[in-house]
Design a binder for this molecule. Sequence first.
Ligand code: B12
Length: 452
Amino acid sequence: MAKLVLVNAGKNYEYGVHEPLNLLVLAAYAKSKGHEVIIADQIAGEDIFEKIKKFNPDFIGITGTTAVISDAYEIADWSRKNNYKVVMGGVHVTIMPEEALEHSDYVIKGEGEDALARILEGKAKPGIIIGKCIKNLDELPKIDREMINIEYYQKGKDRTPGTHLHFVPPNTKLNSILATRGCPYNCIFCHNSWRGLPVRINSAKHIIEEMKELEGKYGTEAVFFMDDDFLFSKQRMREFCKLYKENNLKIIWGCQTRVNSVDRELLKEIKEAGCRQIIFGLESGNQRILSMLKNNKTTVEQNKEAIRLVKEAGILACGSFMIGNPTETEAEIEDTKRFIIENKLDGVGVSITTPFPGTKLWDMCKERGMIPDKIDWKKFNLSQLTFALNDIPKERMEEINKEFMNIVLENNPGMSPKNLLKVAIKHPHKAIKRVIENPRAIFSLIKRIFKK
Ligand code: B12
């Protein structure tokens, strides 16, 4: 039996909206094999170094997406200096295993459950290990949310009102569930740890059991499904809606999906089964750009129709968009601005297009010689320009980004002046910095007050 600490790396509280489901599932798996496991959560503000020293583990497992990988490496370096064995996994190290191996003893590419168990049992040699893909998600051991500070995560929405979770009223206990691994589509900007792996889903029965446990044990009132496309299996959704009603569940929920996964009938059914918000990756109001990003799979017209249907069903229709795409012109970005304003979405998220390693977008940028030798991974947070992907000068792109930030400010229900004031009181330095960077935000706020 080995002792393991799993670390949720990251110093930005804004990343603590959803519980770390990846570490919870890895912990459950390792525990089911008889190992002693705890989670040290830097994102939730824990003193992870103190917690690690006190537990004195045999292994430290660290997860990291690209945006927080510098924090993850810092923890890995500290751990090795203190003679702990380090295992790293997650989406970033899956793509950059050699880079991660400079900071750790073991690096897992892909799914971590089985590989981690082999390491803990002393059956794997240090180095890069390819994770085995879990075939049946329902067979994974049940996660135990008591391993983390559940109250901290249940208040995730109140702590960060600027999030996409518009369906969650203030002071509502929120949790997240992940019920799919993999995605059947191939958007050029996306990479997740299941890239190239088959799509697998939890059964409707399994999801309902998890919701029942959340409602009964933790008083959960709202759930966000983290699946890339929660609605894509119509059969599962039908079964889900039936069981939701049979079990008399009260939890309201939101999810992400594709515009081609919704139709009037399904929307009616899921509304009756607690669905209150749908987020689509709408990406662009310009067809040329949308076709490039989504491999010709969706159209601007389809996007408009999907928004209309969702609103008609009485569900909040939200969308995320990308600006600063390869070869994109200012006129094409204007199309996105117009789309956002004309389609009256209930929530809008805008990101600066960022080429994450492992994506087709990254390869395109590499081919064009755009990727610098020295990369600052901290910039990979989708709100900062990593490097220019088109002919729009950097300064102008930053201006355009601010204009979009103001559009988001005017169109996001979560960004009410009251909510923003609350955050400003809690994080005054951040608020002052944001206003100095973008003084016009004040006008957008005033506009917002009068719009109400
Ligand atoms: C939930 C989620 C969030 C949540 C919580 C993040 C979190 N750390 O869990 C929030 C909203 C905070 C978030 C924020 C961001 N996210 Co996010 N998010 C996701 C999402 C939808 C699900 C992640 C998840 O729970 N997966 C479930 C678990 C089971 O999978 P997993 O994490 O890959 O873990 C498996 C393996 O990788 C491995 N593993 C992972 N860690 C470890 C550790 C050890 C020790 C071992 C052995 C194995 C191992 O084993 C696990 C089980 O098999 C994914 C999309 C997706 N479908 O994956 C995007 C995704 C991870 N996010 C992404 C991005 C870009 C971001 C942000 C930068 C966005 C932003 N503007 O802020 C930030 C980054 C901050 C951060 N700390 O993550 C990208 C990451 C791209 C990249 N190269 O890093 C993804 C892949 C979306 C995408 N398709 O582009 N995100």
